[in-house]
Design a protein around this ligand. Sequence first.
Ligand SMILES: C[S@@+](CC[C@H](N)C(=O)[O-])C[C@H]1O[C@@H](n2cnc3c(N)ncnc32)[C@H](O)[C@@H]1O
Length: 279
Amino acid sequence: MSALGAIDTRPASKADIAREFGNARTTYDSASRLQRLMGDAMFERLQCQAGMAGCALDLGCGTGWYTRKLAGVGNFVSLTGMDLSSGMIEHASASAPNDIIWTVADAEAIPLPDQSCDLIFSNLMIQWSAAPVQVLRECRRVLRPGGTLVVSTLLDGTLRELDQAWQHADPGQNHINRFESEAALREAVSQELPGAEIETKTLRLPYASPLTLAAELKHLGAGYKDASRRRSMTAPGRLRAMCRHYPVEPDGGVVASYEAAWVFWSCRGNNHKAQIEKE
Ligand SMILES: C[S@@+](CC[C@H](N)C(=O)[O-])C[C@H]1O[C@@H](n2cnc3c(N)ncnc32)[C@H](O)[C@@H]1O
């Protein structure tokens, strides 16, 4: 699966993903309504269930919103904010306590030793990876026995109203990123994180208009990313046609649906070693 690549197109490169998130670093926090909803849900559960001590990693930390929040409530020996985008990391490190470690790195190859983390927090990053199983495997590798992993992601059906409106306005062309199915997520999780719990929920966020939604995606750096996208795909005529086909609510606004998923996992033993021995 690719969270990015459409059925008949090439997935976006990591360089494109890093650059576009980096370009959005100053607008991201003001547009991150969904990200805060999903991250806060994960954070609250974490505070109730897991120890906030030891070594912690915010994987795909973006502007560092949750890295700073973790620093505020935890008593960590070390806390690392890690992201693919150097722009995001520069921005995050500029306004954070000095003792947070900021690292530009790929979640598919986490540059930390085996069993070196007690907590991994990853909000809405994994859906950007073309290899989510590899990300989960890396999380398992760096978690210590007794450690906790919390991950949120978006599933197939996310932004379906926008997708359908674009299918009317520009048939046969992809205008939204692709998201994996719940079945694919469950399979990846059962393969890599034995005993993990998955929660899913449909979130419906209101917007004044489809253009407000499109602007929010742009401000997040989360617009459609695909190696083969056409420059003219959001030409004004097409945008107007998309708006005409977007379903309008009784109050005159519109709604965007997000299929949210959260994964909670406690590392019960030496899973990394066990897996290597099995292989
Ligand atoms: C939607 S933002 C979420 C940011 C942050 N976790 C939050 O809650 O606001 C996704 C972030 O994941 C980062 N990202 C995407 N692919 C990544 C990868 N392979 N490794 C590390 N970070 C990645 C992006 O650069 C971006 O900052």
